[in-house]
Design a binder for this molecule. Sequence first.
Ligand code: ATP
Length: 539
Amino acid sequence: MDQRENQAADNLPVSSSDNNESEDLPVKERCFDQREALPGEPRCVVCGRYGEYICDQTDDDICSVECKTILLARVAAKTKPAVQAAKRVNLPLGDESICIKDTNFPNIPTLADSRITALRSKLDICVKGEAVPDPIMCFSSCGLPEKLVHNLETAGYCMPTPVQMQVIPASMSNRSLLVSADTGSGKTASFLIPIIAHCSQVRSQQCTGKRGPLAIVLSPTRELCVQVEEQAKVLGKGLPFKTALVVGGDPLAQQIYRIENGIELIVGTPGRLIDLLMKHDVDLSDVSVFVLDEVDCLLQRGFRDQAMQVFQSLSNPQVMMFSATLDSEVEKMSNSLAKTVIRISCGNPSRPNKSVKQVVIWVESKKKKQKIFEIIKSKQHFKPPAVVFVSSRVGADLLSEAITVATGLKVVSIHGEKTMSERRESLRRFLTGEVSVVVSTGVLGRGMDLLKVRQVILFDIPNSIDEYIHQVGRASRMGEEGMAILFVNEEDRRIFKELVPVLKTAGAPIPRELANSRYMAGVSLGSERKRKLSSRSRP
Ligand SMILES: Nc1ncnc2c1ncn2[C@@H]1O[C@H](COP(=O)(O)OP(=O)(O)OP(=O)(O)O)[C@@H](O)[C@H]1O
């Protein structure tokens, strides 16, 4: 960048040679730091925000270091022959300088270590572990195959999200990771991108015709596996990268056939994968990447033994573990899966997503149905498409029928007792907008990227605060604003002590009945309650 602020991105901070106030301000690093352009003002050629700077190498208007990086990477990609990009893919995976200090793109600005720390703190990225690779600022600067970068652009991924900025380079340097990041922050692509890069690199160097799986992703629900596999296919299109979906409810024989025909990635639920491994001899000797998506759920009783069994059938893989909710117990368990794990945390994990407004309604159980009918009938309060979460399979069916009868809306239900084809069909109808309400058990609570959903109604509060965080998270993707309405009454007392502080931190109004509940004894309601009490005690 030159004057308007006359600073090259890699020579931050700004010079103080002029006493101009704006030059005392640090150069904007992220495009999100820049304001929108006012009418008549220059616009950044990359993102359209205020073009505060001029790129010293192209003379284009740009808003930040980040957009300069992207601009120069684009220019470099256009002027360099494709073979350059292919070369970058072949850099040793252990090379920690692969990301920002990329010698194939010498014009891309690099950041000094102190700036990396500042950048991490600005992006709410915390890392723990030895020699953690620097975050990347754009997809094209970290040695991904050109086709993959193209696929990312086609999917509308202009730049990495914070979790991707840190996870992709760490993963590409072969490190095992334990990652927590907000719901809807892009964790899925953060593990799929390095997997696709790895698989296509291996296949492009391979001489034999053998095509056994190279990576496995485990997820707790069939729906989530379907979603992850679909995203993998989109991002890996046109590359030597095939996937197999291994979930219950679909015929095992077809899954085996697909694997035998040569694939790179298996995405599956633990139960079905174990079933498949026991009944059939699948060669897993080339699997070098093992992902546990929603790891806290996969390491809970019920899944843990199966997940560990899959892990034990692999030989020393790189292990990557992800969730929006992690606790110390999971951290401890994760150490039994990999020796030196890098711990990455982005945003505000283990809290409901900040973009979702939580609205608590105190309503007795027998009045819940009436209340939900009122909400759904109200133009002001109902914001379809909406997901209603309930605690039982029977409850899901009964409530979906009752809503249809009371409101005339088409409603579907999804739960574990339905067949795979029924579940697929209901989800398809919901996602295509054919029906505007889905009533679900926890099956849709975790990981599901229900893009247009901005409202969730927790008709029954889940059993744990972690499941609550995941269910609330379905109302917002990538920071879009959403709303979670939760029905609470004394029957939910088991969760009061965890729920109320979470609501308080988010600034959600707490109903009087909940605040005064005897099951809240010993839980501080903070200064607001104290003020009320003291004002009442005044004469
Ligand atoms: N770099 C990016 N640019 C634009 N959109 C992105 C990017 N990365 C991911 N997305 C989109 O953001 C949405 C949320 O991503 P994803 O489902 O991976 O979130 P998540 O962190 O796994 O959430 P959860 O914890 O709820 O599972 C998806 O629609 C995905 O396609």
